[in-house]
Design a protein around this ligand. Structure first.
Ligand SMILES: Nc1ncnc2c1ncn2[C@@H]1O[C@H](COP(=O)(O)OP(=O)(O)O)[C@@H](O)[C@H]1O
Ligand SMILES: [Mg+2]
Length: 461
């Protein structure tokens, strides 16, 4: 480029030189003597001034304008780093300075825009919800990582495709159509099957507009609400179970009380029997409510253990002495193998509840004349308490479920022993609260072993 206008300049100089040479050739023969010398000197002077003038024009106008021109071309092509060399005095010098300012401005804007773009991109990419951007024609312009993960798709099979070719759920079509039609945010939920699993997904369709308020497309956002649904279902099941458990003793209390209150009822023996049933059923209600209260206390987010140093040896012996009364009734022997002087840090009343629950279960689910074996082992960091019985045992398929609330292998048997189906759920909560775990091994009709392992120190996790 530079060379090109230099060539133009030389060409102009050449024309001017020719002109002056012509003038010189014409005027010299017409003059003579001293006049001739003056004429030649004059012509040479004018020639030199013209060349100088040309050079100034070239230097101050042609070259800078050309440079600005080149610079604007570069800017148009997205190269915001170019700058023109600044001249100080002429108008073109000022123009160059202004254009440089403009370029600098553009460069900053461009840098900011790139940064915003990167930030926005990383926000969208790393969102915990799936995102899909659909234009007015229904073409997908953008999807994020979570979307691809949720629907098990590849980016190239989704972007630039029509949304209804990508998603096959009727309800999503409705969401998109309603968002377009009513120009309002629409919410719905779908069940999506992936790898033989069902996912609950909330779909939100939000229309988006340009600055003049014209509808440009719809953004779809997908939230995975499977865990929420599961919790909701568990809550519903729990409420149903509690109502069911409460209904049985209440119905029985009500029935017997009504019978006793009947005018025609006057059998003192039967009355006593019914009253004792009412008493037993109210006991059951009380236990059930106590267990429910214990469980809800343990499940509270802010529940804290009251950790203090305690002797496990003594705690276990206390529990066994307490339970022996019940064991004696069924002639069940309780053997122990408890190492002395083992201390840990834990919550005394809660751990007492754990061991009592397990020992009572062992008694309740063992036939008369059976035997129970309680052992305590320890190393520097852990204690291990095992409660083994030779009772009725637990079927293999039920082993995973016995720690669930209200799960009982044999409802009638559990009820006869005053069980609520909540004991092991409480045990599990307390042990896990101590950063430990409960294990169970069992063989039907042979017996079961429940083992509780707890760290000796309670470190904050
Ligand atoms: N030692 C055991 N032997 C056999 N079955 C047991 C034993 N411990 C618990 N189970 C089974 O696990 C179920 C749940 O126990 P738990 O939560 O303590 O409730 P429950 O109030 O019925 O005792 C019991 O109903 C019983 O079927
Ligand atoms: Mg129990």
């Amino acid at each position: 480029m530079k060379r090109e206008h230099l060539r133009l300049f030389i060409f102009q100089i050449f024309i001017v030189s020719l002109l002056f040479l012509g003038l010189l050739l014409i005027l010299t023969p017409l003059t003579a003597g001293g006049d001739r010398i003056i004429t030649v000197l004059l012509l040479v002077g004018v020639y030199m001034s013209t060349i100088f003038l040309f050079y100034q024009v070239f230097l101050n106008y042609i070259r800078p304008v050309k440079a600005i021109n080149d610079m604007v071309d570069a800017l148009l092509q997205g190269n915001y780093k170019v700058r023109a060399q600044e001249g100080f005095y002429t108008d073109t010098g000022k123009l160059q300075a202004s254009v440089n300012q403009l370029a600098k401005h553009l460069q900053t804007l461009n840098r900011q825009e790139k940064m915003h773009h990167r930030q926005l991109n990383s926000v969208i990419e790393n969102m915990e919800s799936g995102v899909m951007l659909i234009d007015g024609q229904g073409f997908v312009h953008l999807v994020n990582r979570k979307f691809l993960e949720l629907f098990g798709r590849e980016k190239i099979d989704v972007e630039e495709h029509l949304y209804y070719d990508v998603l096959d759920q009727e309800r999503i079509y409705h969401t998109v159509q309603e968002a377009f039609l009513y120009e309002q945010t629409v919410k719905d939920s779908i069940i999506h099957k992936k790898n033989l699993q069902s996912y609950y997904i909330e779909v939100i369709g939000a229309p988006f507009f340009n600055s003049s308020g014209d509808l440009r497309g719809v953004v779809l956002v997908f939230h995975d609400i499977t865990d929420l649904k599961r919790v909701e279902q568990m809550r519903k099941d729990f409420v149903a179970n509690v109502s069911h458990e409460l209904r049985t003793p209440i119905t029985s209390i009500k029935g017997f009380a009504e019978t006793i209150l009947d005018d025609e009822f006057n059998d003192p023996n039967l009355e006593r029997k019914f009253l004792s049933i009412i008493h037993k059923e109210s006991d059951r209600l009380q236990t059930l409510i106590q267990d429910l209260l214990d469980l809800s206390k343990l499940e509270k987010e802010a529940f804290d253990l009251t950790v203090q140093p305690l002797m496990v040896t003594e705690l276990l012996e206390e529990c066994i002495d307490f339970a022996r009364l019940e064991a004696d009734k069924k002639s069940i022997a309780i053997e122990t193998e408890i190492i002395p002087d083992v201390s840990i840090k834990g919550d005394y009343p809660l751990l007492r509840q754990v061991f009592l629950n397990l020992i009572y279960n062992a008694i309740n689910y063992t036939l008369e004349n059976g035997s129970i074996h309680v052992s305590l082992k320890a190393n520097e960091s852990w204690i291990k308490v095992s409660i083994k019985d030779n009772g009725i045992g637990i079927p293999q398929e039920a082993l995973d479920r016995i720690f669930e609330r209200f799960y009982r292998v044999d409802k009638a048997r559990s009820r006869n022993t005053g069980g609520t189906g909540l004991g092991l759920a409480i045990v599990k909560h307390i042990v896990e609260g101590h950063h430990g775990f409960v294990e169970v091994e069992s063989e039907l009709n042979k017996g079961s072993i429940f083992t509780v392992t707890i760290p000796r120190e309670q470190v904050e996790i």
